[in-house]
Design a protein around this ligand. Structure first.
Ligand SMILES: N[C@@H](CCC(=O)N[C@@H](CS)C(=O)NCC(=O)O)C(=O)O
Length: 225
């Protein structure tokens, strides 16, 4: 069993591999990165991940970065957890990689525009008046597509939960957490409710809550707004 340490920060996409690890059910440690103190760009952290980002997974002390790689590695190492539907068909396998890549490369940057517009323009008024609306328009197209996809069952792949649903859970919670209107998306609301019932999701959120408390005590918590 490899020794696993995941570098995380609350509300970030590091929630997705945290859910994956909880679904697998193996022992792992998380280490809080204080992004408000720019710890992700400290010399120590940059040695592990020169991109200065969470998640970063240390596997027996060796770093693996990027959600698509981390989630694919976890699925390959722990196939019984069924993080992705089992398949021996290479097209289906690469379609799964395409799905993870869609969340990493298209959904995630749009989430950032909606949930963290200040990342793009430091002027607060401009970021909320220009960047967020642009993000919401792009997000509507994405979520219209996802809502249609969920007609085939409660989860991304129909009847079977997968870590793609963990990615969707994170994206949806980030955008609705800052007021993205959910009225037109009953299937996404159901997806979120069902996700919240999963014990692994609950354990991941408990881990995150502990880190939120630490950051609040240190005056380093950035609340979503
Ligand atoms: N493509 C990367 C994106 C990672 C990423 O953007 N992480 C954000 C949190 S969601 C981060 O670490 N931000 C800190 C920063 O940009 O300073 C992945 O999917 O793992």
């Amino acid at each position: 069993m490899p020794n696993l340490k995941l570098f995380v920060a609350p509300n970030t996409c590091a929630r997705v591999p945290t859910i994956a690890l909880e679904e697998i059910g193996i022992p792992f440690e998380t280490e809080l990165v204080r992004t408000a103190a720019n710890q992700q760009n400290s010399p120590e952290f940059l040695k592990l991940n020169p991109k200065g980002k969470v998640p970063t997974l240390l596997i027996d002390g060796v770093p693996l970065t990027e959600n698509v790689a981390i989630l694919s590695w976890l699925d390959a190492e722990f196939p019984d957890a069924r993080l992705l539907p089992k398949t021996s068909d290479s097209y289906e396998r690469f379609q799964q990689i395409a799905d993870l890549s869609f969340f990493s490369a298209t959904v995630h940057p749009t989430v950032t525009r909606v949930a963290m517009p200040l990342k793009f323009i430091e002027d607060k008024d401009l970021s909320f008046e220009i960047v967020r609306p642009v993000g919401i328009t792009a997000m509507n197209k994405i979520m219209d597509m996802v809502e249609a996809r969920l007609s085939g069952g409660p989860w991304w792949y129909g009847a079977e939960w997968s870590i793609v649903d963990g990615y969707l859970y994170w994206a949806w919670s980030r955008i609705t957490g800052v007021g993205y209107p959910d009225d037109n998306y009953p299937k996404l609301r159901r997806h979120f409710a069902l996700s919240n019932e999963r014990p692994a999701v609950q354990r991941a959120m408990e881990r995150e809550a502990v880190n939120v408390d630490i950051l609040k005590a240190e005056g380093l918590y950035i609340a979503p707004r």
